[in-house]
Design a protein around this ligand. Structure first.
Ligand SMILES: C[S@@+](CC[C@H](N)C(=O)[O-])C[C@H]1O[C@@H](n2cnc3c(N)ncnc32)[C@H](O)[C@@H]1O
Length: 273
């Protein structure tokens, strides 16, 4: 079985569990921080926007964004048939004018070039594939002046989790940046923030605009602690994590968002990090 078949099967198996995650306190926090931060960039676009979601899963982030911004076209790609089926079902109830979800491997899928105001690559998708061609795809799919949002779980997360679970081998692999299994058992590469940053800097027609941690510490606690803390201090925690995401020198997130932008001929210098 090829690795892409195995990723598709892994995600087929956990499709329901994945949806349930967004109902947990940790999932709600993740979704809140993710969409608040992305939304702050969308204010730059006056008109209804076009969105591509790579490794879209059940399109949870895009559906939440659509509650606040007008989306005229939404295209999603995901390799898991179970994820795609659920995405199509949920999108029927959204306000988005035109939606198309393809079940395909993102590495071979032919994206429309230069047609999207934003490209989402959320939930660690970059860690399952060879990252340089993946970043090139984002650059060509974007309109000049469009933004990409690439989130990864960094190696801090795996290092911390291996220490909680006394898994010395996992600790060594994560520390070295070697392949590990993520929470759902899917093999992936845990990125160092500076490594991903330099990959982005090497891509033509893509500039790095911002890097911020999202859900930096709380997700690392054992689940029972997490739930108690988040249930008791939900409003304060949302506030603390948003402040954390906005702190310019905080590169130590265990979930990190990289905001990239395709330069436009009309640019001045205001965008780079
Ligand atoms: C962790 S989930 C994130 C889903 C969604 N972006 C979110 O934030 O909720 C990763 C998704 O990437 C998809 N994926 C992984 N490798 C892929 C590939 N080669 N082509 C297309 N989709 C892929 C998986 O099927 C899965 O739905």
């Amino acid at each position: 079985m090829s690795s892409e078949d195995s990723i598709a099967e892994d995600y087929d198996e956990i499709a329901d569990e994945y949806a349930d995650f967004y109902d947990t306190p940790a999932g709600k926090l993740y979704l809140h921080i993710t969409t608040e931060q992305i939304h702050s960039y969308l204010e730059k676009f006056g008109d209804p926007i076009t969105v591509l979601d790579i490794g879209c899963g059940q399109c949870t982030v895009a559906r939440r964004l659509a509650d606040r911004v007008s989306i005229k076209r939404f295209d999603g790609v995901d390799i898991s048939t179970e994820m795609v089926e659920r995405a199509r079902h949920h999108l029927k109830e959204s306000t988005i004018e035109s939606t198309q979800i393809e079940c395909a491997d993102l590495r071979t899928y032919e994206y429309a070039n230069g047609e999207y105001d934003i490209v989402l690559a959320q939930g660690n998708v970059a860690s399952y594939v060879d990252v340089s061609p993946f970043l090139e795809q984002i650059s060509s799919a974007l309109k000049p002046g469009g933004y990409g949002f690439v989130s990864v779980i960094t190696r801090h997360r795996y290092i911390l989790r291996s220490l909680w679970t006394d898994d010395w081998n996992a600790f060594v692999r994560a520390f070295n940046g070697d392949q590990v299994n993520d929470r759902d058992g899917v093999p992936m590469t845990p990125y160092r923030v500076d490594a991903l940053k330099s990959y982005i800097e090497d891509v033509n027609n893509l500039e790095l605009v911002d890097i911020y941690p999202k859900v930096s510490y709380l997700n690392q606690l054992p689940e029972s602690h997490q739930t108690t803390l988040m249930n008791e201090h939900w409003e304060e925690i949302k506030q603390i994590e948003l402040e954390n995401a906005n702190s310019p020198d905080n590169y130590h997130g265990t979930q990190t968002e990289f905001v990239v932008r395709r330069p436009s001929p009309n640019d001045d210098d205001e965008y780079s990090v």
